[in-house]
Structures are given as structure tokens and as C-alpha cells.
Write a protein that binds this ligand. Structure first.
Ligand SMILES: [Zn+2]
Length: 464
């Protein structure tokens, strides 16, 4: 039973997808005005662990947006004298390169804001028609007084609600509810703009996530994620503009990853403690160790990122690496020992219980090291047998599909896409009752030391 803390209620709730089979997951993606920093990646790694854990139970359709238009992008592109697509393209590419280095899986659907302008225009049209939006100057604003539930997610005091106070900025930190901009009239002739029935302009930041999430996943999502700093105003505004139109809950669960501190301080360029992933790799740190450190603390707790902690993470990975080598090398007696079988069952139970408990990754990692300790003792006493080794390796492979931390997988993962492609082709052949072809592909995979198993949750594979 998976328990997740829902920001909307503040309570730990049992999660299952609304339709019982497929989780509809939306996560706010990067604003591609610069390289993503390590605090951003803490959130993306948390969402990746969530996604992988959900996938172990259900099908997942995960949508993530790319914010390729906002105040900062327009300002920076204008400074460089290039159009916004030219400006954002390299940062979008860099984001996916960095994500791949951290073994963050790609969502099923990636939506760029500028590809969804018609959907956003439609949403503004409906908000205008229903009286939830109004024009002021050449911009359109959402009227928060028309939406009584405003502030529920971030628990804003309703008495602070100022009728008619407006804000144009895409991001604002003031804990002050304001009518927020849905559609911005251009400030000058050079600004990127689109035609709309209610006037030429461009979307405000908040609008895109509602338009894209509902287009791709329907009017009620199962889970919507982001960092804690998205709660207000971004997610509050997403709820208001979506629910004002549909009268349905926009998302059943809201999950938020906590801040990352650097050496106990808030990360800031002015303090010289601002790091992108690239900065850390240039300093010689390993991407796998960075991922390990980012996921070693449960996502709802603040993570204090320190260089000593990063070195400690590297040592933990080295321990796993040394253990795998020690486990794989010797010639062992056949059969298996009941103690080791029990140890694997116990580690697996502790691992799953940890992740089911609001993604308690610290407990999940402890389960891995408990088993390593038990195996090392058995190896010392020459009690570990061939069957035990196979069980331990199979379970560690499962750990890796969930946490993506085993050093061994990093070296071998380059052909994962190819293997998954072959499995998809085989499943197509089976669906078409072309068993000769599906057997041929199974054999081809076997020749490459890939074992596949058809389970109720789909086809699973592992390396021999
Ligand atoms: Zn968003």
C-alpha cells in the first residue's frame, strides 16, 4: 500500500490511480533560460524515484512541460538579439543531457509551452466567458475573488485577499494573493507574440501547465509534483484557472520536494555556492554519486548538500561496487542457504515498505546495505552458494530499476534503449499472434544475455 503526503490535505493518504490501472502524473519541468542547478535536480531525482516506484505497481503516463517562454527568457533572448527558440534550444538539450547523466528517465510526454498556444488561448477564452478572467489594458487577468477555494493548497489567509490587486510578473515571492496575468499584451514591438481573439500577446507562465496537463491527461490528474517553491503562486494559480473552467479537482494528489541547502545555506549566485550539475562534474565528482546523495534523503526533508556528503556518497557507491565484484568472482557451491534466502526476502520487504512509506529512500538504501553486510559475512564464512548469488543479483537488479544507483548499471546502460525496443517489437509480434517472430526475438535477447519474463505488470528484463 503506497502512502503519499498530499500537500492539499497535509495528510498521508493511500494512493491508487483513479482508474485502477494507469497513473496520470504531471511534473513541472524546467524553464530553459539557463542550465538547471543542483537544487532543481533534487526535485527531478525525487520525481524520478516516484515515477519508478509507481511503475513497479501500475502503468504510468508522465507528462512534463518545458517552459520555453517567460519573462526571463524574453529578457535574455532580447539582450542577445536572437529569437526565443534560438535562445532556449541549447538549454533544453543541456537539460536532457544532464538528466540522462543522473539516470533520470524521460517522461512519456514532453510538452513545450510554445507548442500549446491554441490550447492556452482556448482556456483564456473559457475563463473570460465564465467571468473568471477580465481585461485590463492589453492584458488578461484571472480574478481570484471569483474562485473561493483560492489559497487552499498554500493555506493563504483569505482575509488578505485584495480585490483587484494585479501582478504581471511570471514569478513572485510575496505571500500575497493577487489577480495574476493569464495573457500579456506585448510591451514593445520586438516581443514574441501570438494572435488571439482577445488580443495579440503571449501567455503568462502559470497558464501553460493547466493547458498542457488537461490536454494530455484529462481534467483530473492523479499526481501533480513540483518543488516547494512552486506551491505559491504557481500551483495555486494552476488550480484556480483549471478548476474555474472544469469545476473538477485539477489533481487528486499534490507532492512537493523540499529545498536543498548547500553547506547549510540557501543556494545563491551572490554567495558563490550556486552549482549546476556541470559545475560539479567539472570539479571531478561523479554523476552517480550526485544522484545517490540527492536521493539519500526523503524528498519531504530538507537536504543539506555538502562536499563531505558527496564524498561519503561516493564511498557508499564504492562499497556496492566492491561487493558486486566480490559476489560475482568466486566459484561457489551449488544450492542455496535458507539464511540467505530469508535475508533477501527481509531486505526486499524493508525496501518496498520504505518506498511505500512516502518514498522513504533512506530506509530503502538501508535495506540494500543490510543485505550486503549479511552477504559479506556469508562470503567470509564460505557459506554463500550459487543459488544465493543468483537471488541477490536478481534483487539488486530490481533495486537498480527503482533507484538507479548501482555503479555496474551505469557502465552497461548504453544499450538499454535497444533492448527495450526489441522487447516492444516482441510484444507487438505476440499481440499479432506471430509467435515465430516473438520466439526469434526472445532468442536474440538471450544471445545477448538478456532474460525476459512476462508478468502481469508487463514484460520485465534483466541481464544474466
Ligand atoms: Zn507548472
Amino acid at each position: 500500500m503506497l502512502k503519499l503526503t498530499n500537500t492539499l490535505t497535509g495528510a498521508s493518504e493511500t494512493f491508487t490511480p483513479a482508474d485502477g490501472g494507469t497513473v496520470r502524473l504531471y511534473t513541472c519541468g524546467p524553464t530553459v533560460h539557463d542550465f538547471a542547478h543542483i537544487g532543481n535536480f533534487r526535485t527531478y531525482v525525487f520525481e524520478d524515484v516516484l515515477r519508478r516506484h509507481l511503475k513497479s505497481k501500475w502503468k504510468v503516463v508522465h507528462v512534463m512541460n518545458i517552459t520555453d517562454i517567460d519573462d526571463k527568457i524574453i529578457r535574455k533572448a532580447t539582450e542577445k538579439g536572437i529569437d526565443i527558440r534560438q535562445y532556449t534550444a541549447p538549454y533544453t538539450a543541456a537539460f536532457f543531457e544532464d538528466s540522462a547523466r543522473l539516470r533520470i528517465e524521460k517522461p512519456e510526454v514532453i510538452t513545450a509551452a510554445t507548442d500549446y498556444i491554441p490550447e492556452m488561448i482556448d482556456l483564456v477564452d473559457r475563463l473570460l466567458a465564465s467571468g473568471h478572467a477580465y481585461r485590463e489594458g492589453n492584458s488578461i487577468y484571472f480574478r481570484i475573488s471569483s474562485f473561493p477555494a483560492y489559497g487552499r493548497l498554500s493555506r493563504l489567509d483569505h482575509r488578505e485577499l485584495k480585490v483587484g490587486a494585479r501582478i504581471d510578473a511570471d514569478e513572485y515571492e510575496k505571500e500575497q494573493p493577487n489577480d495574476f496575468v493569464l495573457w500579456k499584451g506585448p510591451k514593445d514591438d520586438t516581443e514574441t507574440r501570438w494572435e488571439a481573439p482577445f488580443g495579440t500577446g503571449r501567455p503568462g507562465w502559470h497558464l501553460e501547465c493547466s493547458a498542457m496537463a488537461m490536454k494530455q491527461l484529462g481534467e483530473t490528474l492523479d499526481i501533480h509534483c513540483g518543488g516547494v517553491d512552486n506551491i505559491f503562486p504557481h500551483h495555486e494559480n494552476e488550480i484556480a484557472q483549471s478548476e474555474a473552467v472544469t469545476s473538477k479537482p485539477f489533481s487528486r494528489f499534490w507532492l512537493h520536494g523540499e529545498h536543498l541547502l548547500i553547506e547549510n545555506e540557501k543556494m545563491a549566485k551572490s554567495k558563490g555556492n550556486f552549482f549546476t550539475l556541470r559545475d560539479l562534474l567539472e570539479k571531478g565528482y561523479n554523476a552517480q554519486a550526485i544522484r545517490y546523495l540527492l536521493l539519500s534523503v526523503q524528498y519531504r526533508k530538507q537536504l543539506n548538500f555538502t562536499f563531505a556528503g558527496l564524498e561519503q556518497a561516493q564511498r557508499s557507491l564504492d562499497r556496492i561496487k566492491e561487493f558486486l565484484f566480490r559476489l560475482r568472482t568466486p566459484k561457489l557451491a551449488p544450492g542455496s542457504t535458507p539464511e540467505l534466502t530469508r535475508a533477501v526476502v527481509a531486505a526486499s520487504a524493508q525496501f518496498e515498505a520504505g518506498l511505500d512509506d512516502d518514498l522513504n529512500t533512506a530506509q530503502a538504501l538501508a535495506a540494500v546495505f543490510d543485505l550486503i553486510r549479511a552477504c559479506n559475512i556469508a562470503l567470509d564464512k564460505e557459506q554463500l552458494r550459487e543459488g544465493d548469488r543468483a537471488e541477490v543479483l536478481a534483487w539488486l537488479a530490481e533495486v537498480d530499476t527503482r533507484l538507479a544507483i548501482l555503479p555496474v548499471a551505469e557502465e552497461r546502460a548504453s544499450n538499454d534503449d535497444e533492448i527495450e525496443n526489441l522487447i516492444a517489437q516482441r510484444n507487438d509480434a505476440r499481440r499479432n499472434r506471430n509467435f515465430a517472430e516473438s520466439d526469434r526475438i526472445r532468442q536474440e535477447l538471450l544471445n545477448r544475455d538478456i532474460v525476459i519474463e512476462d508478468t502481469r505488470e508487463g514484460t520485465k528484463w534483466r541481464r544474466k
